[in-house]
Design a protein around this ligand. Structure first.
Ligand code: GLP
Length: 267
């Protein structure tokens, strides 16, 4: 794992944008998995700004949304599809055929889960999976207790997630109880994963995710098993990490190590 710590969410978002630019530069149709939530909004803003400045062209990317609530139509104000239309697709025009949103009101739920898994396989897998992390360690909507090898499927939301979401749906009774989410196994099949977290309210979650035991009780901890994983944090979210100074030193000096090797080779 590479732990990348910057002073502010703004600087963290810049680091993630740098990584996304390299991915887009390397592949004509990069397959990118994206989460909803408050955390990634600043990243989507940076992506749109860079796209509008002509620094990078995201319009040919293939986008997979991580999850969707069951029972709300895709045009619902709080659906995942609406979230992306409001936070990214209103500024980056990606053809419908390259957008894979989960249908929250399918005739056949199992078939919809299969459709997502097959779509990911048909495009050659996800190149870059961006993730937030819930305070209880959920990634996507893989709540605590999720199998660490799960696939796209229906998941019941925990009471704490329903309570947290109720402020967006107006009341607990109007808040969905179930969702369809990419599984942890689905997420871990991505070629590269990146978890991003900001603020004091995520410092305990980050501590467990990065330095805690790997356990389904805290699904985000599975990131420790991924061969190409980065954790992007602001100082507040990183504040409980025992090895914080080492992570910062390692990231800042890695570039210096490459330069040293390049100079050594060139004599
Ligand atoms: C939701 C989403 C997750 C997201 C999490 C944290 O449950 N399904 O993908 O990572 O919330 O959201 P936030 O970034 O707002 O803290």
């Amino acid at each position: 794992m590479e732990i990348i710590i910057k002073d502010t969410p703004e600087k963290v978002a810049e680091e993630i944008l740098k990584r996304l630019k390299r991915i887009v530069h390397k592949k004509r149709h990069p397959v990118i998995g994206l989460p909803t939530g408050n955390t990634p909004k600043i990243i989507y803003k940076k992506m749109a700004e860079a796209h509008e400045r002509g620094e990078v062209d995201f319009s040919e990317a293939i986008i997979f949304a991580l999850d969707e609530y069951i029972g709300i139509p895709t045009d619902h104000p709080k659906s995942t599809k609406t979230y992306f239309k409001e936070n990214l697709l209103n500024r980056i025009d990606i053809p419908e055929k390259n957008l894979f949103f989960i249908n929250g009101t399918p005739d056949d739920i199992k078939a919809e889960c299969r459709r997502i898994e097959e779509a990911i396989r048909d495009v050659g897998g996800i190149d870059f999976q961006l993730l937030g992390v819930g305070r209880d360690g959920h990634i996507g909507f893989n709540e605590p207790g999720s199998s660490l090898r799960s696939r796209t499927r229906v998941k019941p939301l925990t009471f704490s997630t329903i309570k947290y979401l109720s402020k967006f749906f107006g009341s607990e009774e109007d808040t969905p109880r179930f969702c369809i989410t990419m599984g942890i196994g689905t997420i871990m099949d991505a070629k590269e994963v990146a978890i991003v977290a900001f603020g004091d309210e995520k410092k305990e979650a980050v501590k467990k995710c990065v330095e805690g035991p790997i356990t389904s009780a805290f699904p985000a901890s599975i990131i420790q098993m991924h061969p190409k994983a980065r954790v992007y944090l602001d100082e507040k979210a990183a504040s409980l990490l025992d090895e914080k100074e080492y992570y910062k030193w390692a990231y800042e000096n890695k570039e210096r190590m490459y330069d040293y090797l390049k100079n050594k080779k060139s004599g």
